[in-house]
Design a protein around this ligand. Structure first.
Ligand SMILES: [Zn+2]
Length: 89
């Protein structure tokens, strides 16, 4: 199931399903019904909500940085730093 203590089974789907589809969701690469199921899970699950929120913000930053042609190495570093930051909360 899950090893995220913040995550509880709520609404449609569960934490594993939600996280497995995180990138599809953020990229709008899924049908409305599936997206709606994930959205309802996020509404009730703080752990997944934080995770999705983190990835969404990371995507925005990376996108902005990519326009400035930042090396992948920097993005990896940035991701790592943000993950450490997120883990502290
Ligand atoms: Zn969850």
């Amino acid at each position: 199931m899950t090893n995220n203590e913040d995550c509880v089974d709520v609404g449609a789907g569960n934490c594993d399903d939600a996280l497995a589809r995180l990138y599809e969701y953020l990229d709008n690469e899924m049908d409305d019904a599936t997206a709606e199921g994930i959205r309802s899970h996020l509404d009730g699950c703080g752990g997944c909500h934080d995770r999705f929120d983190f990835e969404r913000r990371l995507k925005v930053v990376v996108k902005q940085r990519l326009e400035e042609d930042v090396p992948q190495q920097f993005i990896a570093k940035l991701r790592h730093a943000l993950e450490e930051e997120a883990a502290r909360h």
